[in-house]
Structure formats: C-alpha cells, structure tokens
Design a protein around this ligand. Structure first.
Ligand SMILES: [Mg+2]
Length: 282
C-alpha cells in the first residue's frame, strides 16, 4: 500500500492545482515536470510523509496520545523536510522540536485535508470502535473540526473496507455512510478544492467506478485541483484489495524517489505494517 500511495502522491504532485489544459495534455502515467514550482518528478509530498508518520506509530506500538502523534509528525518532517505542507502546518512544524511544542504552535481549527491524507494506514485496525477512536485522536492534532475528523474517518474506513474485503467497491460509499456522517455515497465530479471532504469524496468516486489502478490514477488527476491527495487516498485504499488489478506502469515504481525514505524504505515499512493485519481464526 505505501508504495502505491506514494506513487499516487508523487504523480499527482505534478498536477496539483495545475491548469486543466496541462492536466489533459500530460496525464499519461509518467512522472514529468508539468509545472516549474512543483516538487521534482518522482518525489512525494506531505501526503506520503504524514502517512509514513502514522504507519511508523502503528508498527512501533507507540501509545496513541496527541503528544506522541504530534511528536512523530515533527520527527518525520525534520529528518526529511518536504514541500507540500500548508503554510499553517509548515510554520508550526518549523517552530517545533517535539510534540508538546507542535500542539502549542498549531491552530487545529481546520477542515482541510491533512488529517485525511495520512489516515490510510489506520484502516488496518480490525476493531471498528478502536479504529474510530484512533483516527479521531490523530485527526484532532491538526484538524479538530467535525469535517476534518469525518474526512479522516472516511479515508481510514475506505482502506479498512479494502483490506478486509468487506464488499464490492460499488458499495463502499454506503458502508462509509453507515459509519460516518457525510455524502460519501454521492458521486463527486467537480474541481477538488482544499477541504478534506472534497478529496475523500473524489477518491471514493474513483474507487467505486474503476477496476484497476492505472485507470484510477488517471481519473484522480482528471478532477483537477488538490489531486495528489485524491490519488494518495484512492491508491492507498485500492492497493489493498484483490478486486482491483495492479497495473500501474513499471516506470512509476522504478522512478519513484530512491532517497533515504524513498522506495526501499516504503517497501520495508509496508511489510511491517502488513503484519498488523488481523487474520481471522479458521
Ligand atoms: Mg500533497
């Protein structure tokens, strides 16, 4: 999951808020520099970095407290500073050396997509009340609003639905609506702005309409707007289910960044994360 999610993020980052004409011209599943101000092709952004933070917290078995979660967000940023964070979060990260300082420095009154874009790894929690509790605690660290928390819950539940093969992807929206308030079962077909629910609704729409990762990734980008986040959430969920064909072109794997926290790191962390999957006793 972590590799496909990072591919979605890295590919999408070139198209984030890009001109729709550029999107249409270049959305052909290769990393290319579409805009001068984007991160270098093949590099991922804040979506994947925050997802790494949550996955590390889970595999390390860290006590699930706001301070520990904030501390991990600070740690992953300072060891490998990245583009893509909102101004609000970036200022707080730069001003903080640990979790307690981040909690003091961040204004968590936000309903943008930060808490949703990092929530995929939480889908591996088998017990739904525990999943809801843990997602909510981590969302409140930076997005302590009903919409911010609900978007994060919907993301984690989408991944959960795929990991545990709960049903057909066409029924995913209904499942999420049964757990979290929101129009999660209504198709989204507009420009994706910065609100978390927009990225999640777009990702859920893509998940319900396609049966392979390549078509999904192109469809995520075609919305235009905050499409790295749409692709992060959609591929994060979809890569976990056998119902979806894994047909992303090899070049997207081979040219994903090979930095200290690049492809090999993501593969290794993903192995450890998968060990958290609950296999029912037969
Ligand atoms: Mg991003």
């Amino acid at each position: 999951m972590l590799v496909e999610l990072a591919i979605g993020d890295a590919y999408g980052a070139q198209f984030e808020f890009a001109d729709p004409e550029l999107v249409e011209q270049h959305n052909h599943l290769q990393y290319i520099a579409v805009r001068d101000d984007a991160i270098s092709p093949g590099s991922y952004t804040d979506d994947t970095q925050q997802t790494i933070a949550i996955a590390e917290l889970l595999v390390e078995g860290t006590e699930w407290t706001p301070e520990n979660i904030a501390g991990k967000l600070v740690e992953v940023y300072h060891r490998d500073p990245r583009k893509g964070y909102s101004r609000r979060v970036k200022i707080a990260l730069n001003a903080s050396a640990n979790g307690a300082e981040f909690l003091k420095n961040i204004d968590p009154n936000s309903d943008t997509s930060g808490a949703a874009m990092r929530a995929c790894p939480l889908g591996i929690i088998h017990d739904l009340p525990e999943l809801v509790e843990r997602v909510t605690i981590q969302a409140k660290v930076s997005h302590n609003t009903p919409l911010g928390i609900q978007a994060s819950l919907a993301t984690a539940l989408a991944t959960h639905y795929c990991i545990y093969e709960i049903g057909e992807l066409s029924d995913l929206g209904e499942f999420i609506v049964s757990q979290v308030p929101g129009d999660w079962n209504v198709a989204y077909d507009e420009f994706v702005g910065q609100k978390g629910w927009m990225s999640v609704r777009a990702a859920l729409t893509v998940l319900s309409k396609h049966d392979n990762l390549a078509d999904m990734l192109k469809a995520c980008i075609a919305f235009t707007g905050d499409v790295d986040t749409v692709a992060t959430i959609a591929l994060g969920a979809a890569s976990n289910t056998a119902r979806i064909e894994k047909n992303l072109p090899d070049c997207l794997y081979q040219n994903l960044e090979s930095s200290n926290y690049g492809l090999e790191y993501l593969q290794a962390l993903n192995e450890r994360w998968l060990e958290l999957k609950v296999v029912p006793n037969l």
